[in-house]
Write a protein that binds this ligand. Structure first.
Ligand SMILES: Nc1ncnc2c1ncn2[C@@H]1O[C@H](COP(=O)(O)OP(=O)(O)OP(=O)(O)O)[C@@H](O)[C@H]1O
Ligand SMILES: [Mg+2]
Length: 447
């Protein structure tokens, strides 16, 4: 290639300024969206607008071949064209990872010219520059441009400029790949965790074969597949939460969220914002809109644990959501509609609470559509040995201290235990397993 005549300083300065502003536009186009195909299209348009590019093309390597990812200045039919590695100039650039410059396309025998061009594109002499797109030291594609032929063009400097553009495309590709990898990892992890949850809350994990327990299973199985509101009642520690999970993970909503709200654990001042969310500026410190648990449970289940402890003003709002599946966020006027199944649980005597005026009767009837009474352990003594085996095995697994044997043989209390709940029974079994003589310093699992 004959040496180009040096350009005057002012021309070089103007060219450099134009290139800098182009690079800024290119970087904005590439970072503006995660849809890289359209970003690359925009990059080609910018090059055409500011750099005398007549037409441009980005190809990416997939399954050993270069496929057109974005084109500008070619007929749309060009989108289907692909090159093998080493085929034509584009294929050679991808194979070698080195740029190629063809100052006069008409004089280059290796130029395949397979791309159908648009009718309005010039038929004058063109120069062709193709640079590799390199991600983590391997070539993943090419950026190719046709420029109007100019004898005085500084091709070395042009190659550097298009090289910078291609490395910006490479960076965007790299970010997109990392995001895609992370997304795939999260999806896999999510699927795995859901599977684990489903297994953990499978019916088979609710231990017991006694008459009252079997009756309870039947009720759970009967209601799980419906959208009915369920109220689970029973003494503390009898397994109400376990049953709420079992209903959700055996329902048609199993793949959607299960959101638990411990009503008794949330102070009155917080419960409404937790349940219904709030708008920006609703109160001091509300710097942004926040979704409430009802919205987070969309298409899934909300579990209102210890519903008997909820205050009267929240009860009114809860009644409306349960009746109309609609509410407003705190500080908002727009109604939010939700598709959520409600499961509530309580160990309180609800009838007494209604009589004392601490629980609204209308809300109680809305919750009490299908009630499951969980019997205390003292009423299902036949379950005790099974529960003892279950907890012994569980704690052996957690403490990894060796054998998980002789559960039933150690549990001589059959028929004599006065435990009301599986929880207190759990603690006793755990203490025995930990071989601690007094309950003063229980292991973490006992607490
Ligand atoms: N039938 C059962 N099979 C296996 N584990 C059980 C059973 N019943 C209760 N448990 C275990 O006992 C513990 C207490 O159960 P859970 O938290 O569901 O009780 P709860 O009724 O919700 O109590 P509370 O009213 O105090 O919230 C949990 O660890 C649970 O796994
Ligand atoms: Mg509970």
């Amino acid at each position: 290639m004959p040496a180009a005549k040096p350009a005057p300083d002012a021309t070089i300065a103007a060219r450099d300024a134009r290139r800098l502003s182009t690079l800024l536009e290119v970087s904005q186009a590439l970072s503006g969206t995660l849809n890289l195909k359209s970003s690359m299209q925009r990059v080609l348009q910018i090059l055409i607008r500011h750099h005398g590019v007549v037409r441009g093309m980005v190809t990416l390597l997939r399954e050993g071949e270069l496929h057109v990812e974005a084109i500008e200045g070619f007929d749309d039919r060009a989108r289907t064209i692909s090159y093998k590695l080493g085929e034509g100039i584009t294929g050679q650039v991808a194979q070698s990872g080195k740029p190629i410059v063809v100052p006069r396309v008409s004089k280059e025998p290796e130029f395949l010219n397979r791309m159908p061009r648009r009718a309005d594109v010039t038929r004058n002499e063109l120069s062709f520059i193709c640079v590799p797109i390199v991600v983590q030291r391997s070539t993943v594609g090419t950026l190719a441009v046709d420029l109007k032929f100019k004898a005085e063009r500084d091709y070395e400097s042009s190659v550097k400029f298009f090289g910078i553009v291609s490395s910006m495309i490479a960076q965007a590709l790299n970010v997109q790949r990392l995001v895609e990898e992370e997304r795939r990892r999260l999806v896999d992890e999510n699927t795995h965790l859901r599977q684990e949850l489903r297994e953990r809350y499978d019916f088979s994990n609710i231990i017991g074969t006694s008459g009252p327990t079997r009756q309870m299973y039947e009720q759970v199985a009967q209601v799980a597949q419906t959208n009915t509101t369920v109220l689970i009642r029973g003494e503390s520690g009898t397994g109400k939460e376990l049953i709420a999970h079992a209903i959700h993970y055996n329902s048609l909503r199993a793949k959607k969220p299960f959101v638990k709200v411990s009503c008794a654990a949330l102070p009155d001042t917080l419960i409404e914002s937790e349940l219904f969310g709030y708008e920006k500026g609703a109160f001091t410190g509300a710097n942004a809109r926040k979704k409430g648990r009802f919205e987070l449970a969309e298409a899934g289940t909300i579990f209102l644990d210890e519903i008997g402890d909820i205050n009267m003003s929240t009860q009114v709002k809860l009644l409306r959501v349960i009746q109309e599946r609609e509410f407003e966020r705190l500080g908002g006027t727009e109604s939010v509609r939700v598709n959520v199944r409600v499961i509530a649980a309580t160990n309180k005597d609800m009838e007494k609470a209604i009589a004392e005026g601490t629980f609204r009767e209308d809300l109680y009837y809305r919750l009490n559509v299908f009630t499951i009474f969980v019997p205390p352990l003292r009423d299902r003594k036949a379950d005790m040995l099974l529960l003892a085996d279950h907890f012994l095995e569980k704690f052996s697994r957690e403490h990894v201290t060796g054998r998980a044997t002789s559960a039933s043989s150690r549990t001589r209390s059959s028929g004599r235990c006065s435990c009301a709940t599986a929880r207190s029974f759990t603690a006793i079994t755990c203490r025995r397993r930990c071989r601690r003589p007094t309950p003063r310093a229980p292991s973490r699992a006992c607490r």
